[in-house]
Design a protein around this ligand. Sequence first.
Ligand code: RP5
Length: 158
Amino acid sequence: MRVSIIMGSISDREIADKVVKKLKEFDVHYEVKVISAHRALDLLKNYVENAQEESEVFIGIAGKAAHLAGVIAGITTRPVIGIPVKSSLMDGLDSLLSTVQMPSGVPVATVAVNGGENAAILAVQMLSLKDQELQRKLDNFKKTMAEKIKNTEYRYEG
Ligand code: RP5
């Protein structure tokens, strides 16, 4: 089981790092590539066609006219998660709309702008459908989050 993470530019690496950090917490295997849909279309097609043999889920990370995840979804029938990146003067709204507004028949599961952590968790949830150990880790992850909230106290410090 493996997740393929593709970023459009090395300038997206901070977001890729967030994905990798979370996947490592769940001991999920991954491969990371820098391939732009606009600057290296043939390379992208080639990579996705080969990687889908081993990777169950793809994550596309891109900013500006963020078509990367959509193009990946055009190539493969594996589930594709899109992470819009805030990398222009438009606060990521341009990337969000470019990633989420896919035509019928070619879905991209789009997470929040710069949402690397949620993209990783969603990928783990997809993989857990066929993996009980991952399911158990996700249950623990949820319990820990709830505990943290339960133990958070508010004190007025004015
Ligand atoms: C997108 O344009 C990349 O995903 C990146 O977020 C943005 C800027 O890329 P660079 O010009 O920094 O390479 O394709």
